[in-house]
Write a protein that binds this ligand. Structure first.
Ligand code: ADP
Ligand code: TZD
Ligand code: MG
Length: 580
């Protein structure tokens, strides 16, 4: 398919009229809205969109697979509150990006998947166009909103609607369908410029009612054993100072969900992180701030939460439909987190009393006991390393470099790292999120480096790494300050499974033993290091963080050290069978 990439400024015959085209209108509309990065994979019909975007000063990061470009865009949205843009080709490219769009929606990250598509007339009659697919219909159930633009003069409005849908209310993924013929459409340049929309206030404040604030404060005041749970919505809201002030003024112990770690430092005296089970079970009033009562919180019921029906919940969320989704919410506070937290702070007044010390002391004692019990395990220098020894080393690195961004996925590698590595600053921990999805690693690492310029440490299970491993070429190509540590235990959970039939095939959960992932990095000109002890690991990662060079450390982990499914083995159907 030939493409018309003629410069838009050219005069049409016989007139002085300057023209613009679909390509330029898309780029101008994004730039007008301060969207300056595109993550994608080139091809028909969007190759020239990427080229022109780069020539117009946008940063265009080309990946090896759309899923990783999509994950990159989604986490860019989470980090910046501006929708991250992923650009894909039709049908297969679009489908590859769609997983990331659905994941963004599930995690409440603002993102726009822009995909080229085939000609409507042919797609709708199913006449077999190049990469034919009814993409709009397929995307719709998997995202917050889906739009298609058919005319160049509607590009401005189309992009404005996509931005608003992604950012306002509960953030999420938006699909924008741009058929191939749109890019080549021309129109008067001055008219084109006027058709663009600069979105004013894309995520308007949503002020909670004063009744809801009073109701919440009354409940917190009456509590004997209150607890605050901070979720990634709280981290996303960037109301860091207000949240810190609320926690500290209230004196209430708090638990951070995985990606909310660091909103207050994990070493904060009110952190109940190391006393999670006790805090959940024994609390009487729980205030959720930007966290859903989904599977990650055992749906707010069951053994985790102690005596049934005794717990009362306050929930702060921008999405009214979230309330009562799993258990009754006694004090819903619907609004944006900054406004809600500010409202609570204002309402607390000078005579606010901290919760009973019997409760706060009990939590603190439990935290201290657990931290002390763990400490010697984190200092072990075993060879091969176990999870504790290796993560004990990385924990010190993040302590010394609190600005670094930690990307984390795997099963044991994820669960141990979450509890062992303390975070000190907001939005520094990026992980598998609500779905527990493997494959976010290199996409998240790339976007974290591109969007923040800070060093990135990606701690990856060997299986988890495999989902996006080819993107280390992308990391080398853009020379990003990313250090990947692959926890190589020869497989999924452990490396010890054997084929029970004695046949030649390997067991389904194991990989080639003693693989050298470090050599993959070396193949692309990055630094590859093989580490067998915590000391070697420390040296290698420090060097990488210092130099900023793309690095992969193959960390040899004892193949017997892990447990089935990490810490969620209870969700395995087989574990239920065994109990019967
Ligand atoms: P976690 O996995 O950390 O527990 P979730 O993803 O389950 O967190 O919950 C995040 C919640 O935060 C969602 O219910 C979402 O609606 C909410 N949220 C996101 N941004 C805001 C905001 N700015 N104000 C209020 N709520 C928000
Ligand atoms: N596919 C996708 C997209 N997401 C998933 N979560 C899975 C498959 C299933 N899965 C997990 O939940 S964890 C995991 C898989 C395949 C890999 C665990 O192995 P690992 O980690 O090597 O990454 P450990 O340290 O060996 O436990
Ligand atoms: Mg593994």
């Amino acid at each position: 398919m030939a493409m018309d990439t003629a410069a838009p400024e050219q005069a049409t015959e016989g007139t002085d009229q300057e023209l613009t085209d679909g390509f330029h209108l898309v780029i101008d509309a994004l730039k007008l809205n301060d969207i300056n990065n595109i993550y994608g994979v080139p091809g028909i019909p969007i190759t020239d969109l990427g080229r022109l975007a780069q020539s117009e000063g946008m940063r265009v990061i080309s990946f090896r697979h759309e899923q990783h470009a999509g994950y990159a865009a989604s986490i860019a949205g989470y980090l910046t509150q501006k929708p991250g843009v992923c650009l894909t080709v039709s049908a297969p490219g679009f489908l590859n990006g769609l997983t990331a769009l659905a994941n963004a929606t599930t995690n409440c990250f603002p993102m726009i998947l822009i995909s080229g598509s085939s000609e409507r007339e042919i797609v709708d009659l199913q006449q077999g166009d190049y990469e034919e697919m009814d993409q709009l219909a397929i995307a719709k159930p998997l995202c917050k909103a889906a739009f298609r633009v058919l005319h160049a003069q509607d590009i401005g409005v189309g992009i404005a609607r996509a931005i608003r849908a992604a950012c306002s209310g509960r953030p999420g993924g938006v699909y924008l369908d741009l058929p191939a013929q749109l890019f080549a459409q021309t129109m008067n340049a001055a008219e084109g410029a006027k058709s663009l929309v600069k979105v004013v206030d894309p995520a308007p404040a949503q002020i909670p009612s004063s009744e809801s604030i009073t109701r919440a404060l009354d409940m917190l005041k009456s509590a004997e054993r209150p607890l605050i749970i901070l979720g990634k919505g709280a981290a996303y809201s960037q109301a860091d100072d207000e949240i810190k002030a609320l926690v500290e003024k209230s004196g209430i112990p708090y638990l951070p969900m995985s990606m909310a770690k660091g909103l207050l430092p994990d070493t904060h005296p009110q952190s109940a992180g190391a006393a999670r089970s006790m805090a959940l079970k024994e609390s009487d009033v729980v205030m959720l701030i930007g966290a859903r009562l989904n599977w990650l919180l055992s749906h707010g019921k069951g053994k985790t939460w102690g005596e049934p029906h005794t717990k009362k919940f306050v929930q702060i969320d921008i999405e009214p439909k979230e309330m009562d989704s799993n258990v009754a919410i006694t004090a819903p506070v619907v609004g944006d987190i900054r406004s809600c937290v500010t409202g609570l702070l204002d309402g607390m007044g000078a005579d606010w009393r901290a919760p009973p010390t019997a409760w706060t002391d009990a939590i603190r004692t439990k935290v201290q006991t657990n931290v002390e019990r763990m400490a010697p395990r984190l200092r072990n220098n075993n060879n091969p390393m176990d999870f504790h020894g290796a993560l004990g080393a990385l924990r010190e690195i993040i302590k010394e470099r609190p600005d670094a961004i930690l990307v984390n996925e795997g099963a044991n590698t994820l669960d141990f790292a979450r509890s062992i590595i303390d975070m000190y600053k907001p939005r520094k921990r990026l992980d598998v999120g609500t779905w527990g999805v493997m494959g976010i690693g290199m996409g998240f690492a790339t976007a974290a480096a591109v969007e923040t310029g800070k060093p990135v440490l990606a701690v990856e299970g060997d299986s988890a790494f495999g989902f996006s491993g080819m993107e280390i070429e992308t990391i080398c190509r853009y020379n990003l300050p990313v250090c990947v540590v692959v926890f190589n235990n020869n497989g999924i959970y452990r490396g010890t499974d054997v084929n029970p039939t004695g046949g030649a095939d390997a067991a389904p959960t194991v990989f080639v033993k003693d693989s050298r992932y470090d050599q993959m990095m070396a193949a692309f000109g990055g630094v590859g290091i093989y580490a067998t002890t915590p000391d070697e690991l420390t040296r290698a990662v420090n060097e990488a963080m210092e130099s900023g060079r793309p690095t992969l450390v193959n960390a040899v982990i004892d193949e017997t050290a892990g447990t089935e499914s990490g810490r969620i083995g209870n969700l395995n159907p087989a574990s239920k069978l065994a109990k019967k």
